[in-house]
Design a protein around this ligand. Structure first.
Ligand SMILES: [Mn+2]
Length: 242
């Protein structure tokens, strides 16, 4: 990756929140067009039930991606826990690449690990079990064979269940597990970790085997927009966009 990269996640774009869709369009046209690469680290969309969905109301989002690609910015998208069914067809149609979670890249002398972040929340055992099931290829293939109205209904009920569950889970359970963070970074040989998912933006210093490291958490797009950039001093910087 180059220093002219931008990182966003957790936009949770949905037709029900047209203001945020407009904000994303402005972000693309005013900010992202000047970047070499835009990394979208998951939960870009509030939900996705298959590339054959017409996704009425999301047209401006997809045209913005095509516009961005045509302007010369590479778009790399990682699945989140809401939009993990985004497939190759949608990516091809809208000119973005799908990258794996975790994704490892170099930035000069730094080794940067990109994740959505849900894999780091290992204290939430119920969620990790659920994740294993819905990320199973066979389960997904069967789900995608169902008619759209049925997929819509299942997705809606799963979102309801998840909202109920998160309302009684403690704050700590829904944050990352520090040991998992360190293990993941050590295994990847990374000194920078960038992730979203927890909606707790911040830059945290830590030590991996006595070496200084950084964990950078991207913010969500509920009140405002925000993104991560590398500034003129070559420092990672979280920036608000409204
Ligand atoms: Mn998430």
């Amino acid at each position: 990756m180059t220093e002219n990269s931008l990182f966003i996640s957790d936009l949770h774009l949905a037709p029900e929140r047209p203001g945020m869709i407009r904000l994303f369009e402005r972000f693309v046209d005013e900010v992202a067009v000047h970047a070499d690469t835009l990394y979208i680290l998951g939960d870009f969309l509030e939900y996705w039930i298959g590339d054959d969905d017409k996704a009425l109301g999301l047209e401006p989002v997809f045209s913005a991606l095509i516009r961005l690609h045509q302007a010369g910015t590479t778009i790399r998208f990682m699945h989140g826990n809401r939009d993990f069914l985004i497939g190759k067809k949608l990516a091809r149609r809208n000119q973005f690449e799908i990258i794996n979670d975790p994704f490892l890249d170099k930035l000069d002398s730094q080794t940067v690990l990109l994740m959505h972040g849900d894999l780091l929340c290992t204290d939430d055992i119920a969620y990790q079990n659920f994740r294993r099931k819905v990320r199973n290829r066979t389960v997904q293939r069967i789900f995608l064979l169902l008619p759209l109205f049925l997929r819509e209904r299942i997705a809606k009920s799963l979102r309801g269940t998840s909202e109920k569950a998160t309302s009684y889970k403690s704050e700590a359970i829904m944050d990352v597990n520090q040991q998992t963070v360190e293990d993941s970074m050590r295994k990847a040989g990374a000194n920078v970790l960038i992730h979203g998912h927890t909606h707790r933006p911040g830059i945290h210093e830590l030590f991996i085997d006595d070496k200084k490291a950084k964990r950078i958490v991207l913010g969500d797009w509920y009140q405002d927009g925000n993104y991560l950039r590398i500034n003129a001093d070559k420092e990672f910087e979280l920036v608000k966009f409204s």
